[in-house]
Design a protein around this ligand. Structure first.
Ligand code: TYM
Length: 350
């Protein structure tokens, strides 16, 4: 067995391993960057073992045009590389290439309960009023997500706030599996939801999450946007006429102001309190240009590097393929042990 698959240390504790994923269902946004990708890079740079996945099987729970899915997957890979993911240190791959995800996802469909999945707010939001028309995959989505994580015996999962409920379900699945079979096989994962921007809101409406799927492009900053587009979107972001206050509590009821302060703090690697200490008493006429400069200085170079990576799609595919080989070496033995625990006969030895 590949020793990387051995996720427990000599004391029998699960070794720290980070796993996270992003759907290649559209271009990545500032929300994906601040809530997830930037923090993926930090975990890698802390020297922790990190496994990152472009979850194309999750993307098809809603309709995807095949040519767009292919392009979005390569673009998302370019965004990871441009943001600082080093394929020598992190494992980076696309989910469909490692079949253990789908196989363990099926096992977890048999562990998770209908009632658990029916309570998921993301399903309710995405399915909307016409639940009968939603795909079965959209309903079962969280068991595949649990499989993504647990196929690596990952212990820590950095995500934005909106994924918290799915991670609680992942914990429930691990606990139920371990309990039902009398084993201590799957780790009970820790959600890692930290930083100033765990929920980046739309630039047009501070009560709605910034999202790849919002029909208005002005509502979000895309990682592929150039400097001019980034600055223009911040200049036009909705705000209120009041100056910035000197305390966070005074931002209650001012969702747009709160959002821009959080974005500034996350981009500057500081806290919202420190941002208010600097800008208290100033209006958006002076705050927005400073935020635009900061956003352009952090994001525009990422967009430029993405374009460079995208010039060579064959190289992106090669890197993803090499990542998938490494991912498979960890996940395959864990899946085989899962099948043993379940009582599947190993009829094809060797
Ligand atoms: P997805 O593709 O919607 O988003 C990817 C990551 O970006 C975060 N995020 C945000 N963070 C802050 N503000 C926002 N506006 C914002 N929008 C998105 C998400 O919280 C997420 O961390 N189900 C997951 C993908 C997934 C996954 C996994 C994640 C599949 N398997 C296993 C972790 C582990 C999803 O749809 O993320």
């Amino acid at each position: 067995m590949d020793d990387r698959a051995q996720a427990k240390d000599t004391a029998g504790r699960f070794r720290t391993r980070v796993f996270s994923g992003i759907q290649p269902s559209g271009g990545l946004t500032l929300g994906n960057y601040l809530g997830a990708l930037r923090r993926f890079v930090q975990k890698q740079d802390e020297g922790i073992e990190t496994v990152y996945c472009l979850v194309d099987l999750h993307a098809i729970t809603v309709w995807q045009d095949p040519a767009r899915l292919r392009a979005n997957t390569r673009e998302a890979a370019a965004a990871f590389l441009a943001a600082g993911i080093d394929p020598g240190r992190s494992i980076l791959f696309n989910q469909s290439q490692v079949s253990a995800h789908a196989e363990l996802g099926w096992v977890f469909n048999c562990v998770a309960r209908m009632g658990w999945l029916g309570r998921m707010t993301q399903f309710k939001e995405k399915a909307g009023k016409d639940r009968e028309a939603a795909s079965v995959g959209l309903f079962a989505y969280p068991s595949l997500m649990a499989a993504d994580i647990l196929a690596y015996h990952a212990t820590h999962v950095p995500v934005g706030e909106d994924q918290k409920q799915h991670l609680e379900l992942t914990r429930d699945i691990a606990i139920k599996f371990n309990h039902d079979f009398g084993v201590d096989f799957f780790p009970v994962v820790e959600p890692v939801i930290e930083g100033a921007a765990t929920r980046v809101m739309s630039l047009r409406d501070g009560t709605r999450k910034m999202s790849k799927s919002d029909p208005s492009d002005m509502s979000r900053i895309n990682l592929a946007d150039d400097a001019e587009a980034i600055a223009q979107k911040i200049r036009k972001a909705r705000t209120d006429p009041e100056p910035l206050p000197d305390s966070l509590a005074a931002l209650d009821g001012r969702p747009e102001a709160r959002n821009l302060v959080n974005i500034y703090a996350a981009l500057a690697d500081t806290t919202p309190e420190a941002v208010l200490a600097e800008f208290a008493g100033q209006g958006f006429g002076s705050f927005k240009p400073r935020l635009a400069d900061l956003a352009v200085s952090v994001l525009a170079p990422i967009g430029v590097r993405m374009t460079e990576y995208l010039r060579d799609p064959a190289e992106i595919d090669r890197l993803l393929g090499a990542g998938a080989d490494r991912a498979e070496a960890i996940a395959r033995p864990i899946l085989a042990q899962t099948f043993d625990i379940l009582g599947m006969v190993r009829s094809r030895r060797g």
